[in-house]
Design a protein around this ligand. Structure first.
Ligand SMILES: *[C@@H]1O[C@H](CO)[C@@H](O)[C@H](O)[C@H]1NC(C)=O
Length: 185
């Protein structure tokens, strides 16, 4: 009889234990992400994407052709030879396994590849902004659209020898125009 009571009591304890954790987990989640995230009019929108609050790497993407990828204040993407162009400072965040979002720190535009393969800066985070990051054999990284393909071929972020963005449909993994070294800022 006593043994039965003990089982019953510990069962009740376990139940409250779970309830307690469930409650506090929700309180913590409801309190929002870590403080000190992006402010301004974009801040509130970005905050609704919890996966964009993961660990943020601040990098420059240095192309094989020695351009720094930049996103200007109008959302235009191209390359610059300048080592200290503030528009080439990027924030790389993991959004899924092997998938990243890349945002211009100063322009607040996300690096994006459209369905047609156009490289552009997107004001808001969306499917165009999900990029598959992969380390290639030469140690450089490639960034392919995680969403769009062109006839089953992946479309990559690329800059040509003049620093102009490549159309995704013309890009290949093996082409060094799509190869970038992330450099710690
Ligand atoms: C990139 O675009 C900027 C204007 O946004 C321009 O001044 C610069 O020359 C361009 N770079 C290249 C390599 O074309």
């Amino acid at each position: 009889k006593i043994k039965f009571r003990l089982v019953e009591i510990s069962g009740i304890f376990f139940y409250f234990h779970c309830l307690f954790f469930f409650f506090f987990f929700n309180v913590i989640m409801a309190a929002g992400g870590p403080p000190g995230q992006t402010g301004g009019p974009q801040g509130r929108h970005v905050r609704s994407y919890n996966h964009l609050q993961g660990d943020i790497r601040r990098r420059k993407l240095f192309s094989f052709q020695k351009f720094f990828l930049r996103i200007d204040i109008n959302g235009k993407v191209n390359g610059t030879k300048s080592k200290d162009d503030p528009l080439s400072i990027l924030e790389i965040t993991s959004v899924d396994v092997g998938v990243v979002a890349i945002k211009g720190l100063n322009s607040n535009y996300y690096l994006a590849i459209s369905k047609k393969g156009e490289l552009y800066g997107a004001r808001e985070f969306g499917v165009d902004c999900t990029l598959k990051e992969r380390i290639e054999e030469n140690g450089y990284n490639t960034y392919a659209s995680a969403e769009w393909r062109n006839k089953k071929r992946q479309m990559f972020v690329g800059l040509n020898v003049h620093g102009k963005p490549l159309r995704g449909k013309k890009t290949r993994r093996k082409n060094t125009a799509t190869h970038f070294l992330p450099i710690v800022v």
